[in-house]
Write a protein that binds this ligand. Structure first.
Ligand SMILES: C[S@@+](CC[C@H](N)C(=O)[O-])C[C@H]1O[C@@H](n2cnc3c(N)ncnc32)[C@H](O)[C@@H]1O
Length: 336
């Protein structure tokens, strides 16, 4: 964990070394009005944005909690934090700001080390930002030729996408591509990857895109999304272990909430959405004792109230303005 600042300084030199730092950070916040409605930030609140990204949501949250509130912004990507720092400063909010580089899977430790005593709200806007996709050299995009990396925090070590395609057994590759990419051609793509890497190492996005294109039958490629989109998404989720972090982080977040505090999750993948839905449903369970028992014996006490019976999705107008919103699903819960 690297804590970047307590208040936005005049000049800030990040420890990050990406050339991506020079790329302009643009990310249109998804479901912004709906996030504010369900998070309901009030002046003086402490709100933790666990996926700060370009601070699109955080700028609006900072306005709502000013002048005495505290905004805590977490991101595992140092380049995102650097850009967000500038955006928040330009937003000119008199809000106290704490920016933390780290993985939200370590939420308890990150908040304790930053001496955040409690929170009135948490936001998780999952996945990858437009900036990360557009910074071609990071290897997230199938449209730019780059080393196959895809790590959100390359400084933390860990495996890259090249390591996955080079070393995973065919069955594991197929599982990752099928489950995380929801790709019907997963087995074929995995078989083609294994055959290609036996000839020579696969180390760039372009090499992988060509292999995927040869694996997906021409008829299936017509009219749909780019044939590599689902496989790239799957590799990104595997490399960054995105699904394993979420459940633990949500449970931690709910522990740090004050009564009445809220947690909002925007998911872009059905498995992520299912995790949010299940954690909220489990923590919202009420006493299951038969009504004629004089007192409760099951001991189940609800911890939260679910605020979204069905997931909130973007309007067609928002999807037209911002196509990256198309798969978004928002769920929210309130601590009792
Ligand atoms: C969709 S973007 C957030 C965009 C932001 N809400 C905005 O409006 O600008 C997701 C961000 O979360 C970060 N992220 C993803 N998984 C993370 C994790 N486990 N811990 C910390 N940050 C994470 C990514 O690096 C990325 O910057």
């Amino acid at each position: 964990m690297r804590r970047l600042s307590r208040t936005p300084p005049r000049s800030f030199h990040a420890a990050a070394s990406f050339s991506a730092l020079t790329t302009e950070y643009r990310h249109t916040p998804v479901l912004l009005a709906e996030v504010l409605q369900h998070l309901s930030p009030q002046p003086g609140d402490t709100i933790v944005d666990c996926t700060l990204g370009g601070a699109g949501h955080s700028v609006a949250i900072a306005k709502a909690i000013a002048p005495t509130g505290t905004l805590v912004g977490i991101d595992r990507d140092a380049a995102a934090l650097t850009a967000a720092q500038d955006t928040l400063r330009l937003g000119q909010q008199a809000t106290r700001t704490v920016l933390i580089q780290g993985d939200f899977r370590d939420l308890d430790r990150l908040l304790a080390e930053s001496m955040v005593p409690y929170a009135n709200g948490f936001l998780f806007d999952l996945g990858v930002s437009s900036y990360q996709l557009d910074a071609g050299e990071r290897g997230f995009s199938y449209r730019a030729d780059a080393p196959l990396d895809m790590r959100m925090d390359p400084t933390a070590g860990g495996i890259s996408a090249a390591d996955v395609v080079q070393t995973y057994q065919e069955s594991d590759l197929a599982r990752v591509i099928r489950e995380y990419g929801e790709e019907r051609w997963a087995s074929r793509i995995a078989a083609f990857i294994v055959a290609a890497r036996a000839r020579r190492p696969i180390s760039t996005t372009t090499e992988l895109v060509d292999i995927i294109k040869s694996a997906v039958p021409a008829a299936a490629r017509k009219g749909g999304p780019h044939p590599a989109r689902r496989t790239f998404q799957a590799l990104r989720i595997e490399v960054n272990q995105e699904l394993t972090a979420l459940e633990a982080a949500l449970r931690s977040a709910i522990r740090w909430l004050t009564p009445g505090g809220r947690v909002v999750v925007i998911a872009y993948h059905s498995l992520e959405d299912r995790i949010a839905k299940q954690v909220f449903a489990e923590l919202a369970r009420t006493c299951t004792c038969p009504p004629d028992l004089p007192k409760c014996v099951c001991g189940v006490v609800p911890v939260v109230r679910v605020l979204t019976r069905k997931a909130v999705v973007p309007t067609p107008a928002e999807i037209e303005r911002n196509p990256r919103a198309r798969s978004a699903k928002l769920r929210a819960a309130q601590k009792l």
